[in-house]
Design a protein around this ligand. Structure first.
Ligand code: SF4
Length: 336
């Protein structure tokens, strides 16, 4: 009989529990401020080397979540844990050593008046790491890793193509050797021909450095290509999460199904897909009662308008929908 080593439970590198974010907004100069809940109890775990694809329509809260992780915004409530230790999201210095980001637009995220060497070495300068020669060496090595020639360090972003600028942005993000990279639509401002080069580079760098990615995108083809897990957001809440293969082959939440139905296919005989979502995206200042998706849901039931659905979870996935409560699954509270 062979002896088996007991599996130790994995600790997530990054864990979010019950993150809420509420802004106070005015609809006019003399109007009373109204609360706008951008995030309504988001919980998510990222394990080492995971690529978690975060998908959803514009305005669903994806970028607010990224700002909280980067310490650019503080959550109204909830916790951010790195390696099981709570992080004060106002502690930007500590967060930025562990979490870095690559943004959508390399045109506006890089200072056009600085040289590439100044841009890429800036995080080392800010954190007081190394001296001039060691920083210059680190920049040369990083440019080589992202596929830029050594001479690029003396250039400025306005002399470069979009793809080259995004490589500079990736080099700047990785020079601190972070464990987690937040990629916020990193290819959507690039030509299609360049997009795959940047995606392949991110894949290679993940292998090289053992990185964990939170990959935010509205492009489901990109998410399907890269992600190991997928979290689907709707109106500030994660409504379905699970292994990428499962989400793409057998989505359980009607919103996930509608998103996948709306993907264009290259088949010219296919009509423009109908995502069956009906009415427009609701106003987050007055979100719908019960299930927030119910006004647009083709599968809604009478209970959906009145009662918020529970989180139905097994060990690998979860879905927040009244259609999926059965005896084989655990029912968790909504903010779990
Ligand atoms: Fe649709 Fe009801 Fe499920 Fe919400 S809870 S997604 S309205 S079926």
């Amino acid at each position: 009989m062979t002896e088996t080593t007991p599996q130790m439970p994995r600790t997530p590198v990054l864990e979010l529990t019950g993150i809420t974010k509420t802004y106070s907004v005015k609809s006019g100069l003399f109007a009373k401020p109204m609360p706008l809940q951008a995030l309504g109890g988001v919980s998510l775990r990222l394990y080492k080397k995971d690529v978690v694809g975060l998908v959803g329509e514009s305005g669903c809260g994806k970028s607010t979540l990224a700002k909280i992780l980067l310490g650019l915004e503080a959550p109204t409530s909830g916790h951010v844990l790195i390696d099981d230790k709570e992080v004060d999201s106002g502690d930007r210095r500590r967060l930025s050593r562990r979490i870095q980001a690559v943004f959508q637009d390399p045109y506006s995220s890089l200072n056009p008046r600085k040289t590439v060497e100044e841009i890429v070495s800036l995080p080392l300068v800010v954190h007081g790491i190394g001296d001039g020669p060691s920083r210059a060496k680190a920049v040369r090595e990083m440019l080589d890793l992202v596929g830029l020639p050594e001479r690029a360090r003396r250039g400025t972003p306005n002399q470069m193509s979009g793809g080259q600028r995004q490589r500079v942005a990736i080099a700047r993000a990785l020079i601190m050797k972070p464990e987690i990279l937040i990629c916020d639509e990193p290819t959507s401002a690039l030509d299609v021909s360049v997009q795959s080069q940047i995606l392949n580079l991110l894949t290679d760098l993940r292998q090289e450095f053992g990185l964990t990615y939170l990959f935010i995108s509205h492009n489901l083809a990109v998410i399907e290509h890269l992600a190991t897990r997928v979290a689907v957001m709707y109106l500030g809440q994660i409504v379905e999460e699970g292994p990428a293969r499962q989400i793409f082959s057998a989505p359980r939440h009607p919103y996930t199904q509608a998103l996948l139905d709306s993907v264009l296919t290259p088949d010219p005989d296919q009509f423009i897909p109908d995502n069956r979502l009906g009415s427009n995206y609701p106003n987050p200042i007055s979100p719908p009662s019960g299930c927030r998706f119910h006004p647009r849901c083709p599968a809604r039931r009478p209970i959906c308008e009145a009662v918020a659905p529970p989180h139905i979870a097994d060990t690998a996935s979860r879905v927040v929908c009244h259609l999926h409560g059965d005896a084989d699954t655990a029912v968790l509270p909504v903010s779990a």
